[in-house]
Design a protein around this ligand. Structure first.
Ligand SMILES: Nc1ncnc2c1ncn2[C@@H]1O[C@H](COP(=O)(O)OP(=O)(O)OP(=O)(O)O)[C@@H](O)[C@H]1O
Ligand SMILES: [Mg+2]
Length: 359
């Protein structure tokens, strides 16, 4: 094929794509007998947005995704893709791409045919199938692998094929359920980058499901944190991390110290007596605690109970005189000598670094 005709094909493909679609969960409930998997769940995902459903096991993430994909039906409420209520549409008419955790590739087909499959189902012309599959394989850095069978690929490469297959028809909506969770850390980070790049290139609306908060922070425009089938907080990764609304959120996103306000005067003992009315606790991130040279006054003392080497950071477990147990994370660039277990250290907290929690 000449480069001229390839360009023509590519622009035809461009014209075929349906862009991006917003997704709306409107008071969606799903009960399995007495188990309420989704409980009056409401969520608006904007067109082209990358939203992650994050939450503990059993919080309803997969159920929510299956209802968008059409593999399951809501007991009540409605899901909209674009302007359209999709509750009554079969999965194949919803125009969504889906990548599962167990990437079910067809083992007897080549990589090329696996990726071509959604286009063949749509009766796309052969020359166009070729152009699109090749372009998509390039996109996931598998240009040279078209002729291989899935059995001759590594786990990460297979996951890339599954990604390519999900996006080759450029669906306006892409759903991903724990798609990277089975991979080792390094590979997962590589593929996270790949997914981000795909999102930037295609502009597709993505709902990504994970129980890994680190992955959610890296990937998402916004994170929808779920618990017991309900939406707990919907915010950008930085807001969710810096301004969690509840103990559950503070504890689920990253690590934190929950400092109770009422019992035992713990907050006042470490210089945090500024909590607003109605707050039940303060969230204090481990990296916000700072050691200071013993010669300095102020701050408060704590006894070192444990020291853990974490590569770029050192983590401490500490106990204050009032009996509060604290976690501290310290960049290894510090000039202070590492304390021994049992030693007393002097610490400092800036009151503004503590976030009030209201439930
Ligand atoms: N087909 C089913 N029949 C009965 N109960 C179900 C069914 N599917 C899901 N559930 C229940 O609904 C709740 C939510 O399940 P769901 O699979 O949506 O959780 P999840 O957030 O995806 O969890 P995980 O992180 O473990 O994948 C769970 O209590 C689960 O046991
Ligand atoms: Mg699940």
């Amino acid at each position: 094929m000449t480069s001229m005709s390839l360009m023509t094909v590519t622009s035809e493909i461009g014209a075929m794509t349906q862009g991006r679609a917003p997704i709306r969960f409107q008071n969606v409930s799903r009960a399995f007998g007495s188990v309420v998997a989704l409980d009056d769940f409401c969520l608006d995902v904007k067109a082209g947005e990358f939203v992650t459903l994050l939450g503990p096991s059993g919080s309803g993430k997969t159920t929510a995704l299956n209802i968008v994909a059409g593999f399951d039906r809501a007991t009540s409420g409605e899901v909209f893709i674009g302007e359209r209520a999709v509750g009554a549409l079969p999965p194949e008419r919803r125009n969504v791409g889906m990548v599962f955790q167990s990437f079910a590739l067809f083992p007897h087909m080549s990589v090329f045919e696996n990726v071509a499959f959604p286009l063949r189902m749509r009766k796309v012309a052969a020359y166009e199938v070729r152009a699109r599959v090749e372009r998509t394989l390039e996109m996931v850095q598998l240009g040279g692998y078209a002729g291989r069978r899935p059995g001759a690929l590594s786990g990460g490469q297979r996951q890339r094929v599954a990604l390519a297959r999900a996006v080759v028809a450029e669906p306006p909506v892409l759903l991903m359920d724990e798609s990277l969770s089975a991979l080792d850390l390094k590979l997962r980070e590589d593929l996270q980058e790949e997914v981000r790049r795909l999102h930037r290139t295609l502009g597709t609306t993505i709902i990504f499901v994970t129980h890994d908060q680190g992955e959610a922070l890296v990937l998402s425009d916004r994170i929808a944190l779920m618990n017991h089938g309900r939406l707990c907080q919907l915010d950008t990764p930085t807001t969710l991390y810096d301004r969690p609304a509840s103990r559950f959120v503070a504890d689920f996103i990253g690590r934190t110290n929950i400092v109770p306000i009422d019992a035992g005067d713990h907050a006042a003992a470490i210089g945090l007596s500024n909590a607003p009315d109605g707050a039940v606790a303060l969230s204090l991130r481990p990296e916000k605690l700072r050691r200071q040279p013993p010669a300095f006054g102020g701050g408060f003392e704590a006894i070192v109970q444990d020291v853990t080497f974490k590569g770029a950071a050192t983590e401490f477990r500490l106990q204050t005189a009032s009996g509060l147990s604290l976690r501290m994370s310290e960049a290894r660039a510090t000039a202070l000598a590492l304390p021994e277990i049992g030693q007393t250290v002097r610490l400092n907290v800036v009151p503004e670094d503590a976030t009030p929690l209201y439930e």
